[in-house]
Design a protein around this ligand. Structure first.
Ligand code: C2E
Ligand code: MG
Ligand code: MG
Ligand code: MG
Length: 280
């Protein structure tokens, strides 16, 4: 009896694994097709300057046209298969092209940040590709920001600092993304040539829930002490806006202001003053 149950369990795990495997293959195929047919699209989520309530920049977030698959699902598969390299190049180029289009239309250009996963970050062609593309479209490097997470430099600290220094030398801005989800060693912040730290939504939620905003005040003061700017991610409520403003977060990002939107929708939010949301 026990044995039979065991056997069924194996069968169960087998099926689950097979399902997972098939899903991976399916998504891998979708990614390959999307590359071939150029059916990736960038959505843009505004990052708000806390003090003025104005849009300061945009984070580019990748989507696949006609598919409702989250990057949380397809980015790890792209990373695993190596497809992240050509996909990432497309993202870099598209973001730079967008900045050029704004300029050509006579709009005020705003910086765009892009996410880099570990494999992209350590790709030996990355820096040349960014440099070449900025030159091709004649875009000011300081308008491009790259976001990396702690898992990028988990093992290769030395190499990471080296790549970051080369990006800095190009003039590109650097943000540490999802701070508060990994080991979040404050030590990293002291030797990485960063410009901004993005506090993860979960960290903000934890402190606000604990009504322990004072810890947040101290953390932000500490980051400021290292000459870095602070961005708070995942701001969904006016109360969070108010509190993170008081805590000194320089920038805010979240559904309260806007979800990631298409390029066509950007015009509607460009001139908003989000401080109007705050209680008088
Ligand atoms: P991320 O870089 O931390 O991006 C922020 C994520 O939080 C986005 O999810 C965004 O839509 C979501 N978000 C923003 N405001 C709120 C809010 O108020 N509440 C909640 N619950 N969520 C909010 P998204 O677009 O699904 O992207 C997920 C992750 O996938 C990104 O996290 C990033 O790590 C990765 N990713 C997205 N696009 C790219 C890309 O082009 N390249 C690479 N390598 N990774 C990407
Ligand atoms: Mg990001
Ligand atoms: Mg993040
Ligand atoms: Mg994230």
């Amino acid at each position: 009896n026990v044995k039979r149950k065991g056997k069924n369990n194996y069968l169960f795990f087998d099926e689950k694994m097979k399902e997972k495997f098939n899903k991976k293959i399916r998504i891998e195929n979708i990614l390959r097709k999307a590359l071939k047919n150029e059916s990736f699209v960038l959505y843009y989520q505004p990052i708000i300057e806390t003090r003025t309530g104005k849009v300061a920049s945009f984070e580019a977030l990748l989507r696949i046209k006609d598919f409702n698959i989250s990057p949380e699902v397809f980015i790890p598969i792209a990373e695993e298969t190596g497809l992240i390299i050509p996909i990432g190049k497309w993202v870099i180029k598209e973001a730079i092209k967008q900045m050029r289009r704004w300029r050509d239309k006579g709009h005020n250009s705003l910086p765009i940040s892009i996410n880099l996963s570990p494999r992209q970050f350590f790709d030996i062609n990355l820096i040349d590709y960014i440099k070449k593309t900025l030159e091709e479209y004649d875009v000011d490097p300081s308008f491009l920001e790259v976001e990396i997470t702690e898992n990028v430099f988990a093992e290769k600290k030395f190499e990471t600092v080296n790549i970051l220094n080369r990006l800095k030398a190009l003039g590109v801005m650097i943000s540490l993304d999802d701070f508060g989800t990994g080991y979040s060693s404050l030590n990293y912040l002291t030797f990485m040539p960063l410009d901004k730290v993005k506090l993860d939504k979960s960290l903000k939620d934890k402190f606000i829930e604990l009504e322990n905003i004072k810890i947040m005040d101290s953390l932000i003061a500490l980051v400021h002490g290292l000459n870095l700017k602070v961005v708070t991610e995942g701001v969904e409520e006016v109360e969070e806006f108010r509190r993170m403003r008081r805590a000194g977060s320089d920038y805010l990002q979240g559904y309260l202001f806007s979800k990631p939107i298409t390029i066509e929708e950007i015009g509607e939010i460009l001139n908003k003053d989000y401080t109007k949301l705050l209680p008088k």
